[in-house]
Design a protein. Structure first.
Length: 276
């Protein structure tokens, strides 16, 4: 029976005092680990660049949410008015439409909540929503609904005195964009750190195996990324009660930072508990 060490490799035979670089396959293992480090570096840099793009969209999302809050109700566009004029209408108007069909798939990934409509020019034939409550689940073919429009977007539907926001509602988008950017920032930072370590210490990793902090980095990265979910929820709550929607992304970032620090402390405590 061959006994293997904790890294899954056969331990060196007694009396074999050859240095690591002279062992069979040593250079190949070093090359593969260094290649993996370069791949992680490229992925990390790419993800960080995407996070910068996402963060750059947050100010625009805040301005849209601010304009949406300030929008007043107005009459709908005149018949025959060009589409460009509708897009420039910074006010809210309502039109009636007829439901052709409803799609509700809760078990699919991603979940699918769609409404197919027939209505006047300018009303979208297909409208996506974030859930089926409180309006979508009550609708069926032939039902008449009110569609609230803003800047040529369907931002909400109304039926039976109940209102449900559409996916084009600009409220909440600053917090979502901030949360997505934070997740990408975490993933890119972890990949960049891991890749740099593998490139510089490829021989040490090949000879001694993965260091313990690799697991800590993975746990911390996953925990910090998951922390973006409660951070976005807190940001949405803050934006809903604040005068200016800029409070949403600010609170999202602050809550995420606090949760990231908590996750870091917990990971360190867990490592000390498992490896005293």
């Amino acid at each position: 029976m061959i006994r293997r060490n904790g890294n899954g490799r056969e331990p060196a035979r007694r009396g074999d005092a050859r240095p690591f670089c002279e062992l069979p396959g040593a250079r190949r293992r070093v090359r593969w680990r260094r290649l993996g480090g370069f791949v992680a570096l490229v992925l990390g840099l790419s993800v960080l660049l995407v996070s910068v793009v996402v963060f750059s969209m947050v100010p625009g999302a805040v301005e849209e949410a601010r304009a949406f809050r300030a929008a007043a109700e107005c009459d709908g566009p005149a018949e025959g008015e060009p589409r460009e004029a509708r897009e420039g209408r910074d006010c809210l108007w309502s039109v009636n439409a007829t439901v052709r069909s409803v799609t509700i798939h809760k078990k699919s990934n991603p979940r699918d909540y769609r409404l197919f409509l027939s209505g006047p020019d300018g009303v979208p034939e297909e409208l996506s929503l974030l859930g089926d409550w409180p309006v979508l689940k009550r609708l069926g073919s032939g039902d008449r609904i009110g569609v609230t429009m803003w800047r040529d977007r369907a931002v909400a539907i109304t039926h039976g005195g109940l209102t449900q926001d559409g996916i084009d509602d600009p409220e909440g988008m600053p917090e979502i964009s901030t949360g997505v950017g934070l997740v990408l920032l975490t993933a890119g930072g972890c990949l960049l750190y891991l890749g740099g370590h593998l490139v510089v210490r490829a021989r040490d990793v090949a000879e001694h195996g993965r260091p313990p902090f690799y697991k800590d980095l993975s746990l911390g990265g996953v925990g910090t990324s998951l922390g973006a979910i409660p951070a976005v929820l807190a940001g949405n709550a803050a934006a809903g009660s604040a005068v200016d929607p800029v409070a949403g992304p600010v609170v999202t970032a602050v809550v995420w930072l606090v949760l990231a620090l908590v996750v870091t402390v917990l990971v360190r405590l867990l490592r000390g508990f498992l490896h005293p």
